[in-house]
Design a protein around this ligand. Structure first.
Ligand SMILES: Nc1ncnc2c1ncn2[C@@H]1O[C@H](COP(=O)(O)OP(=O)(O)OP(=O)(O)O)[C@@H](O)[C@H]1O
Length: 596
């Protein structure tokens, strides 16, 4: 039979069915045991007066090493109870009785990322972006408060009912001193310890960033990057930053992991730079994850209303380059100015030649709203500038008998677009990886490849920029449409493997000013003066960029070898343009002039 003293000790460790917080007077009902940690147990808890549900973390006060444990719990309470952030498990209250210390925490009903990983083994890259976005946000908050977590790992990343991720278990967290480091102790989960921790040089915020790299690697591959036994061998690999390179991951995932797992802490990126990495800016990040993603890979279903838009946009994408667009025709926006004959142009030898055999029937057109205070942004001036550019080509030399000698140059243009302007807007993707939408209401929003910044222009004279997470709620619907378009265009780009030379990113105020389309062609005028003419039937794209002697005509033709050739003004002057280019440019001029 069990001795009486032992029975007494055991019964003292049982947690009462009802608990009263003497500080607040609140009475709680203890629910089922959720799980056990090395020093603690976790129960479901209900506030009897409000029925609110919490998690109760219970740490016994007695037993061997109680003084050390007591100090640890006190430190955890002192740090955790002051924190308030949507990506940190909320700390509601704490109290104690003779046997236990109790912490009343936010209840995370979907357990932790470790549980998800156990069921799934690996996660998809969009899911990893989603989780990391929340974790980086919570971690940034901790670091701003000079707190290092020191035990970042999947089992400490909790998930609430809505699949929001929360950093929890601050049992090992510590404040950094004036040097940016905390005590030189070896703590945390061995696999995720940073080189400087293993070498006993102390933790800093950069040690948490290393752990984030280990987490990213683990959730994408199913195994931690450093897992060799014995421990001394694993520590050697950690110090050298030597881990198996996962060839099956995307280049941007591999590159971000390598940046996070830099052996020198100074070389690891800051949290802000993490979010500016290509892994985030070039890939789709879901706004939320469905609960079933705890067990099976999500299909990234959009909310019903966006899902319908998504399908419609898909249909449009499939038809946009083949047949005339299924839009109703629009009247030209105004009559031609008196005395001008928009259906004719001056040829290089002064003859008047017809621009088009017949007047174009406009299908769609859109304009970035002009700011009345800035008359430079008028449609007439933009058309005039575009017309000048087209004439540079048409008038440069004789009609060429054969293709002029071209060269590959980096050009900023829009390889893909989605015309859904009758309902939402006109979306385009740029060769720098950014994308934009000119909305029906005349505003423009763009997602910049560098840093995932969002630029918003309600009109031509006004520019607002935001970090992706800070886009204000009134603009969130537009952002959703922009990201939807972006996601579709990205997938299509991958399918068709449109190759462009690497190009410098567009400036923050870069935008699509106007687009105009008929059944044959689409003309886009960009704010940097670039004019793009996209021919629907032949899948040819002409881009007129640069100014003066820096002017370039670039030609893309789908399925043609050596496509993407650029011709300088000198080459055009000496060789001229092919008859096909002449024909396309004339049609584009005709389109522009029809709405002048
Ligand atoms: N806020 C919470 N909401 C829901 N479940 C939780 C919460 N906090 C902890 N748990 C669950 O309770 C169990 C014990 O958690 P606890 O943090 O006490 O220990 P641990 O993290 O598993 O281990 P250790 O303390 O040794 O690191 C885990 O299964 C965890 O998923």
């Amino acid at each position: 039979m069990e001795p009486r003293s032992q029975r007494r000790r055991r019964s003292r460790q049982l947690v009462a069915a009802f608990l009263r917080d003497p500080g607040s007077g609140r009475v709680y009902r203890r629910g089922k045991l959720i799980g056990k940690g090395a020093f603690s147990r976790c129960y479901k808890l209900t506030d009897m007066s409000t029925s609110a549900v919490f998690a109760l973390k219970v740490v016994p006060r007695g037993g061997a090493g109680r003084l050390r444990l007591h100090g640890k719990v006190e430190r955890e309470i002192a740090l955790h109870s002051r924190l308030r952030h949507r990506n940190i498990v909320a700390f509601h209250a704490h109290f104690a009785d003779r046997d236990h210390v109790y912490m009343v925490l936010e209840y995370c009903s979907r357990q932790s990322l470790a549980h998800v990983l156990k069921a799934r083994r690996t996660l998809t890259e969009p899911e990893v972006r989603y989780y990391l976005l929340g974790l980086v946000s919570g971690l940034r908050y901790l670091h701003q408060h000079r707190i290092v977590h020191r035990d970042l790992k999947p089992s400490n990343f909790f998930l609430n009912k809505n699949m929001e991720v929360k950093i929890g278990d601050l049992g090992l967290a510590a404040r950094v001193g004036p040097t940016g480091h905390c005590h030189r102790v070896l703590c945390g989960t061995p696999n995720f310890q940073a080189p400087e921790v293993v070498s006993r040089n102390g933790h800093s915020c950069k040690s948490d960033i290393w752990a984030l790299g280990c987490v990213m690697y683990t959730v994408l591959t199913g195994t931690p990057p450093f897992a060799a036994a014995p421990l001394s061998e694993m520590y050697r690999r950690i110090r050298e930053g030597h881990y198996p390179k996962p060839a099956h991951l995307s280049p941007s995932a591999r590159s971000l992991i390598a940046r996070l797992l830099a052996p020198d802490p100074a070389e690891r990126p800051s949290l802000d730079h993490v979010l500016q990495d290509d892994f985030f800016t070039q890939g789709f990040t879901p706004e939320r994850l469905p609960p079933h993603s705890c067990h099976s890979p999500p299909g990234f279903a959009f909310p019903p209303q966006l899902g319908r838009l998504f399908r419609k946009v898909g249909q449009l994408l499939l038809t946009q380059c083949r047949s005339p667009c299924p839009f109703t025709s629009k009247e030209p926006s105004g009559p031609a100015e008196e005395g001008t004959e928009p259906d004719h142009l001056e040829s290089s030898n002064g003859d008047r030649v017809p621009l088009c055999a017949e007047s174009p029937v406009l299908l769609t057109l859109g304009t970035l709203q002009t700011n009345l205070a800035d008359p430079k942004g008028s449609w007439a001036l933009q058309v005039e500038a575009a017309t000048r550019k087209m004439h540079l080509c048409l008038d440069a030399g004789p009609v060429a008998a054969q293709e002029p000698p071209g060269e590959q140059r980096p050009v900023l243009w829009a390889p893909k677009w989605v015309d859904y302007s009758l309902k939402y807007g006109f979306g385009y993707q740029l060769s720098d990886g950014g994308s934009g939408v000119l909305f029906r209401d005349g505003s423009h929003m763009a997602l910049r490849p560098q840093g995932g910044h969002v630029s918003y222009q309600p009109d031509q004279g006004t520019l607002w920029t935001f970090a992706l997470r800070d886009v204000p709620s009134p603009l969130r619907a537009k952002l959703a449409v922009l990201r939807l378009f972006d996601c579709y265009m990205q997938r299509r780009l991958r399918e068709e493997e449109t190759v462009s030379m690497a190009v410098a990113p567009a400036s923050l105020d870069f935008s699509l000013l106007n687009f105009i389309a008929d059944s044959r062609a689409l003309v886009m005028l960009f704010s940097n003066g670039t004019v793009q003419v996209s021919l629907r039937t032949s899948q040819t794209q002409l881009v007129l960029s640069g100014e003066g002697e820096g002017f370039l005509l670039t030609l893309w033709e789908l399925g043609r070898p050596g496509t993407g050739s650029s011709y300088s003004l000198d080459v055009l002057r000496s060789h001229g343009c092919t008859p096909a280019i002449h024909q396309h440019l004339r049609h584009a001029l005709c389109l522009l002039h029809s709405v002048r």
